[in-house]
Design a protein around this ligand. Structure first.
Ligand SMILES: [Mg+2]
Length: 206
């Protein structure tokens, strides 16, 4: 079973994100958030390269990295039941994978998170230089897990067209969204496949 990270296993902390962008703007003296969002390569390139590319001066890079690290650390907290579910899947003899479209910060902080050691394959977009829904990113994960795409399940909130992308390469996609709410992404509001509203619920689909 393969999981997305953001808004699947962890929450995006909007407040911490805004706080981080404010600190960075004060440090660099321009609207960092706007330039950052336009840097489409931010998920497939080393973070220092991205920061330099959007105009962060060399003497501010370490500070910006530390503000970003603080934000990512705040977010890298498993949702309720996530750790137990990942352990349970492995206890049942299943392989567990991760495919995340993320900045390098996530990969750097991963070893100190509660997720460390819980996956059989971890695909960080920045490390592999690919993003979802590129078929190769799913295939790379399946290969590392030693499973065929047709045997694999992919769980995600639907960002980056990741569910259809998974389906196109033969994985069985499961949409996750918050109970009592519509899915966040408009393109999956009419999702016709499986859906869950908590991570432990995925155990019913293995
Ligand atoms: Mg996500």
């Amino acid at each position: 079973m393969i999981f997305d990270l953001w808004e699947t296993l962890i929450d995006w902390n909007h407040e911490a994100n805004t706080r981080m962008h404010t600190r960075v703007r004060e440090r660099v003296g321009f609207d960092f958030h706007e330039r950052w969002n336009r840097a489409t390569e931010r998920y497939t390139t080393p973070v220092r390269t991205v920061l330099a590319g959007v105009g962060v001066p060399a003497d501010a890079i370490e500070d910006v990295l530390s503000y970003r690290a603080e934000f990512v650390r705040t977010c890298l907290v498993p949702r309720a039941g996530a750790v137990d579910t990942l352990k349970e899947l492995r206890a049942r003899g299943l392989k567990v994978g991760l495919i995340t479209v993320c900045t390098e910060d996530v990969e750097l902080l991963w070893p100190e998170s509660e997720f460390a050691g819980l996956f059989d394959a971890e695909i960080f977009s920045n490390a592999i230089g690919l993003s979802k829904p590129d078929p190769r990113i799913y295939l790379a994960c399946c290969e590392q897990l030693g499973v065929e795409p047709g045997e694999a399940v992919f769980v995600g909130d639907g960002a980056n067209d990741e569910l259809e992308g998974a389906r196109r390469v033969g994985l069985r996609p499961i949409l996750i969204h918050k109970a009592g709410e519509d899915p966040f992404w408009p393109e999956v509001r009419t999702w016709d496949g499986l859906r869950v509203t908590s991570i432990p619920e995925v155990l019913e689909h293995v």
